[in-house]
Design a protein around this ligand. Structure first.
Ligand SMILES: C[C@](O)(CO)[C@H](O)COP(=O)(O)OP(=O)(O)OC[C@H]1O[C@@H](n2ccc(N)nc2=O)[C@H](O)[C@@H]1O
Ligand SMILES: Nc1ncnc2c1ncn2[C@@H]1O[C@H](COP(=O)(O)OP(=O)(O)OP(=O)(O)O)[C@@H](O)[C@H]1O
Length: 278
């Protein structure tokens, strides 16, 4: 049996800087990971099969187009018994499906003793699959395929992820953008000696998908506000195309207290404290 962790992807910034003729948007995004995620397991078997378990399994029916099965087919589609333990909310802006696809590629390449697919085939699985396969903090550009490692290590920090329970499909959010030619981040990203310094930098950046996503799902504004109101929250913003928002914290205790407080106020929300990793 072989297993991989599929970490949540967080867009600390997400600038939409243009659009290609095929409709895909050009991005400039600072991506990190949160130490919370799904698990993908693979065991040898004659045929290819998938079972989904875990607390979010009920929101993801087993279907042929599950990204885990699409990833398996990209690798050749031999036999394997796959299990996806689903913890991350579905269609929520933290790349759960993309992280699962990347984890499936890793476990199946190991099981079948085959190389990982070429970058174009990885990108075809989804714009967030290359960054999830990379699995560390990067500046992400192009439509998601240009990944530049950061010049300096990430500062120690904590995230609180909060999702109000609305699933937000990505295409309508991009479609509802007012402008597609927004400015990128500065050419050179500074190093951040502390998470406070990182938060000060982030405060001057944006997620350009936040206004259109809030127009489609107003609960997102309430989610971001609930995070921003917590003691110790340095910055609150939406990730990806939403609806999950993150709060950035310096201390584990403050992050855990914030997650507890929001969870108590909003029992229907998905809330998770997690170390920022990359
Ligand atoms: C918003 C982000 O999560 C930011 O990290 C990603 O760009 C989206 O990644 P993803 O969900 O893996 O995206 P895909 O499954 O490839 O695309 C979903 C849809 O999002 C839109 N899309 C996605 C990526 C991109 N650079 N431009 C786009 O316009 C397209 O309408 C596409 O049909
Ligand atoms: N293993 C999977 N986990 C989650 N969603 C999946 C999976 N396989 C296929 N999907 C489909 O992919 C869609 C996007 O799911 P996902 O959870 O990756 O969205 P997301 O978090 O908004 O992603 P991103 O941040 O990359 O835009 C869902 O609508 C779902 O039906």
């Amino acid at each position: 049996m072989t297993e991989a962790f599929a970490r949540a992807k967080i867009n600390l910034t997400l600038h939409v800087t243009g659009q290609r003729p095929d409709g895909y948007h050009l991005l400039d995004s600072l991506v990190v990971f949160a130490d919370v995620g799904d698990r993908v397991r693979a065991e040898p078997a004659e045929a290819l099969s998938l079972a989904i378990t875990g607390p979010q399994a009920a929101n993801l029916p087993v279907a042929d187009d599950n990204l885990v099965l699409r990833a398996a087919r990209t690798l050749g589609g031999q036999g394997a018994r796959l299990t996806l333990e689903k913890h991350l909310p579905v269609a929520s802006g933290i790349g759960g499906g993309s992280a699962d696809a990347a984890a499936a590629l890793v476990v199946l390449a190991r099981l079948w003793q085959v190389p990982l697919p070429d970058p174009a085939a990885v990108l075809k699985l989804g714009a967030d699959v290359p960054v999830c396969l990379e699995g560390r903090a990067v500046r992400m550009a192009g439509v998601g395929e240009i990944l530049t490692p950061l010049a300096a290590p990430l500062p120690d920090g904590w995230l609180v992820l909060a999702n109000p329970g609305v699933s937000v499909p990505t295409p309508p959010v991009f479609k509802a953008l007012a402008r597609r030619d927004n400015p990128p981040m500065p050419d050179d990203l500074p190093g951040w000696p502390s998470v406070e310094a990182m938060a000060a930098f982030l405060a001057a950046q944006r997620n350009d998908l936040e206004p259109p996503a809030i127009a489609l799902a107003p609960e997102i504004a309430r989610t971001r506000a609930a995070l921003a109101a917590q003691p110790g929250c340095l910055l609150a913003r939406m990730s990806g195309s939403g609806a999950t928002c993150f709060g950035l914290f310096a201390a584990e205790e403050a992050a855990r207290a914030a997650a507890g407080a929001i969870g108590a106020e909003q029992p229907g929300w998905w809330v998770a404290p997690a170390r920022m990793v990359g």
